[in-house]
Design a protein around this ligand. Structure first.
Ligand SMILES: NC(=O)c1ccc[n+]([C@@H]2O[C@H](COP(=O)([O-])OP(=O)(O)OC[C@H]3O[C@@H](n4cnc5c(N)ncnc54)[C@H](O)[C@@H]3O)[C@@H](O)[C@H]2O)c1
Length: 414
């Protein structure tokens, strides 16, 4: 076990282990958490009470989480003059499953984004974003309940890999010279960004999406790409995706184009593998949402698509997320720090709470996750909600972050 200078390892509790590709979760796991900046403290206070209440109700004392605070963002900077101390990354790796609130992106610091740094350092290659509707939440759609998807966004490659150079820099000029030597032109003094997409990175992401669809009996996995224009990156993502399905999940999956053809050898309930061009999928989710279930996307497309989908069902305040690798996962709020509401006990804690639901499902503690979802559904139905939901719901009463936590705990019994 690593030694920690700032974080305190709880006296009681055990490590989550990972053996032969499977997580082994003890009854009293140690789970690190990063409170988050801005509104993070308010949200975490409410969320941890809900998590503990759900576990206590679901397992009647047999299971309990030992929370371990680890530091990142402003709290870490105050404590140890670093935005992302090495020991924090080590704790997230050592204890395997963790949860975090939003973090400020330091401006002008050495790290461009703490979230991107964490994903890269821990090789959390899939950003998973489930998007579903909660009855009663205001939405711009006539039938928001028809959308129920899980986006698997590749997290380590594409134009987000962070390989770019400023216009006029010696590096950009060198790349321009190289590209010209290869017979292509780039305008003088352009800024340069590189878009790497590998077979390894694409296949492991699609593999995880297909495994998820199979585990949860979901009908389809759609490969989202812009392969009609970017043939060797996005087009290859689609081709590698179909290849994984065909080579590793034969019989369990069937390509949409082969549906109904004799001799495909696929089971009747095989997961259908589809592909859609990136711009078209935005229309499809608005016009034919019920036809989509799991989506696998490259990095940039997935970023846009998951926020647009969350807006479709009523907003980011309750949209959860998880960054998952092989045996290491960090679950996180998808919204930012909303600094203007910090310490006002006002903001919606739903995004961190539903990220907790994802965490419990990942740990195999589904019963605790279900109680939180029920609690939230009943809290929304009671129309006692935080300001962001209240202003979209006629007749609703606005309550604080902490009171919303209480309402959710009450709702678990409903
Ligand atoms: N995952 C992360 O840690 C993460 C994600 C996005 C932004 N950020 C960082 O957060 C900071 C602020 O970013 P921003 O202002 O662009 O986005 P933001 O999400 O913090 O806030 C935008 C607005 O959305 C609303 N909002 C956000 N979360 C809400 C919630 N839980 N309940 C109700 N309303 C909510 C508020 O009106 C807020 O003013 C920046 O430093 C940014 O880099 C962090």
């Amino acid at each position: 076990m690593a030694t920690y200078k700032y974080a305190k390892v709880p006296e009681h509790g055990d490590h989550i282990q990972y053996e032969n590709g499977e997580l082994k979760v003890p009854d009293h796991p140690i789970i690190p958490f990063i409170e988050g900046d801005g509104t993070g403290a308010d949200i975490w206070r409410a969320s941890v009470r809900v998590f503990d209440a759900a576990v206590a109700r679901a397992y009647r004392g047999k299971r309990k989480i030992s929370w371990m605070e680890v530091f990142a963002g402003e709290k870490a900077f105050t404590l140890c003059k670093e935005w992302l101390p090495e020991e924090t990354v080590e704790a997230l790796r050592e204890f395997r499953v963790s949860i975090k609130g939003p973090l400020t992106t330091p401006i002008g610091g050495g790290i461009r984004s703490l979230n991107v740094a964490l994903r890269q350092m821990l090789d959390l290659y899939a950003c998973i974003r489930p998007v579903r509707y909660f009855e009663g939440v205001g939405s711009p759609m006539k039938n928001p309940g028809l959308l129920n998807i899980v986006v698997f966004r590749e997290n380590t490659e594409d134009v987000y890999a962070g390989i770019e150079w400023k216009a006029g820099s010696p590096e950009a000029e060198q790349v321009i010279a190289l590209v010209r030597a290869l017979g292509m032109n780039i305008r003088d003094h352009s800024a340069i960004g590189i878009k790497p997409m590998s077979e390894f990175g694409s296949k492991r992401l699609v593999r995880m999406a297909i495994q998820y669809a199979l585990k949860h009996n979901l009908p389809s996995v759609t490969l989202v790409h812009k392969g009609n224009i970017m043939k060797f990156t996005e087009g290859a993502f689609r081709d590698w995706g179909y290849e994984v399905a065909r080579d590793e999940f034969a019989g369990l999956t069937v390509a949409e184009a082969d549906l109904g053809k004799a001799g495909s050898g696929a089971r009747a309930d095989a997961v259908v593998i589809k592909d859609r061009i990136a711009d078209s999928i935005f229309q499809q989710l608005l016009l034919r949402p019920a036809e989509y279930s799991v989506l696998a996307t490259p990095n940039l497309n997935g970023d846009y698509l998951s926020d647009a989908a969350a807006a479709q069902v009523g907003g980011l305040g309750i949209a959860p997320g998880g960054n998952v690798g092989d045996g290491v996962a960090v679950f996180e709020a998808t919204h930012g720090t909303a600094p203007k509401y910090a310490n006002l006990d006002k903001i919606n804690p739903g995004s961190v709470m539903l990220s907790g639901v994802m965490m419990f499902e990942y740990m195999g503690w589904d019963e605790a996750g279900k109680l939180i979802v029920r609690g939230l559904e009943n809290a929304i139905a009671s129309k006692h909600v935080t300001y962001d939901l209240a202003r979209q719901m006629p007749g609703a009463t606005e309550i604080s972050t902490s009171a919303f936590g209480d309402q959710i705990i009450k709702g678990m019994d409903g």
